[in-house]
Design a binder for this molecule. Structure first.
Ligand code: ZN
Length: 95
C-alpha cells in the first residue's frame, strides 16, 4: 500500500480531507491483515502507472488513457490494462 501517514498528519487540509477515505480504508486493512497474520508492505507509488512492468521503461506516454497502458519502448511494446500493469509494478518490489 501507499504510505499515507504524511498526508494524515494534516499538512494540507484539503489534501488530508481528500485522502481521508483511503487512509481510513488502509487502517481497516491493516487491522484485518494483522488479525489474519498477513504482512503489509508500503511502497513509493511514483511511476507505478507510467512504468512498463515487463521491461522497466518509464514514460508518461506509456499511459495512453485511464484504462490503457502501452509501452513506447520500441523493443518492447507491452500492452495491458493500466491498473493491471501498475499492480504488477507494485508486486515486483523493485521500484
Ligand atoms: Zn516495455
Amino acid at each position: 500500500m501507499e504510505d499515507l501517514t504524511k498526508i494524515a498528519d494534516g499538512d494540507k487540509k484539503e489534501t488530508f480531507l481528500g485522502a481521508w477515505p483511503y487512509y481510513d480504508l488502509q487502517r481497516k486493512i491493516e487491522y484485518k491483515a494483522k488479525e489474519k497474520g498477513i504482512k503489509i508492505r508500503y511502497i513509493n507509488p511514483a511511476y507505478t502507472s507510467q512504468r512498463c512492468s515487463k521491461c522497466g521503461y518509464i514514460c508518461k506516454e506509456n499511459r495512453e488513457s485511464q484504462e490503457v497502458f502501452k509501452c513506447k519502448n520500441n523493443s518492447c511494446g507491452y500492452s495491458a490494462n493500466a491498473d493491471f500493469n501498475a499492480a504488477r509494478n507494485i508486486s515486483l518490489n523493485d521500484i
